[in-house]
Design a binder for this molecule. Sequence first.
Ligand code: NAD
Ligand code: UDP
Ligand code: UDP
Length: 343
Amino acid sequence: RIIYQNRVGFGSFNSGGKIPLGLQRKSLRIVVTGGAGFVGSHLVDRLIARGDSVIVVDNFFTGRKENVMHHFGNPRFELIRHDVVEPLLLEVDQIYHLACPASPVHYKHNPVKTIKTNVVGTLNMLGLAKRVGARFLLTSTSEVYGDPLEHPQKETYWGNVNPIGVRSCYDEGKRTAETLTMDYHRGAEVEVRIARIFNTYGPRMCIDDGRVVSNFVAQALRKEPLTVYGDGKQTRSFQFVSDLVEGLMRLMEGEHVGPFNLGNPGEFTMLELAKVVQETIDPNAQIVHKPNTEDDPHKRKPDISKAKELLGWEPKVALRNGLPMMVQDFRQRIFGDHKEDSG
Ligand code: NAD
Ligand code: UDP
Ligand code: UDP
């Protein structure tokens, strides 16, 4: 039973998604958990645009209906308010499992809930994948490398993580989620994919989520000083959201389990990032130093050789080009000309 793109309808069950991107192929039924969030909503846009049917499962902890509202009324789109910590019965071909707060401020808000989401939520979605024979993709994180002793980080590095610290609900939670994913793969033959995502920014980030790019952009727009934590010499690598979404889709459609680092290798200190934000928004923006948070990793930069070689993927959008697209979206949302989410 072949159903071509742009036709409303479902492909045959468990069609697997082995067809190269861009070719005409069966329309898949895809669940995106956390699909009303920042990354998830951009992924949903791409999946809908290529002709698939998408079910977003989200409890709206950090996600917003506004991020997916433009799909309301599309028969290929469905939105379910559901907490992945509870079991869920659906019939689908692929599961992109993103549900989990990603910003340190959000995931530390209720650490027990964060670890339940990572462990019980992932277990439920793997149970679902096993039952219906769906392919399952986990969005893990560069945080599994902790405060890394290897730089840049390769997928073979096992990490340097504090198991009892304030970030553990997230980084140990994701490490357990990776373990569960591999155990369902080995033990129950579930087709799985693991992405380790490095810091990602772009339109639709929560404005006050406390992450560094959203903080600096909102502060510069509001004429507030940019808050640099500690001495500002710690580094991160910032990836624009469209690059990440392309990487996630290639990973899902490809033949390799992973884990794969998905990130932009361009490395910036927080002081350098503040400078780019000043150049982009307001050269007169002030900088204030604040005490740093506990267990803050000193540096982070992906080695993406594996994704380049096996997925043919690498990021295309440099920070200086991606930042203005985010600034435009933040400007509209902060100054309220009622045009949410330019995307
Ligand atoms: P986000 O907070 O914008 O999105 C997470 C979504 O999951 C939200 O819509 C939220 O409401 C939903 N959610 C949270 N707990 C849930 C639950 N128990 N049940 C159902 N829905 C739930 O964050 P994001 O930046 O879009 O991150 C998406 C995924 O990517 C997360 O798994 C995150 O760990 C991972 N990731 C993101 C980054 C990044 O820099 N953005 C980096 C590494 C990993
Ligand atoms: N599960 C789910 N949806 C399904 C199938 C399973 O939410 O379609 C949940 C189920 O409730 C269980 C978890 O996934 O808590 C793991 O399921 P599995 O069948 O692997 O384990 P078991 O139920 O045998 O413990
Ligand atoms: N940070 C900062 N000012 C802020 C928010 C964060 O200097 O207003 C720093 C933070 O200490 C960390 C880096 O920016 O070193 C990245 O923090 P973020 O919360 O964005 O993500 P993380 O990589 O820590 O998950």
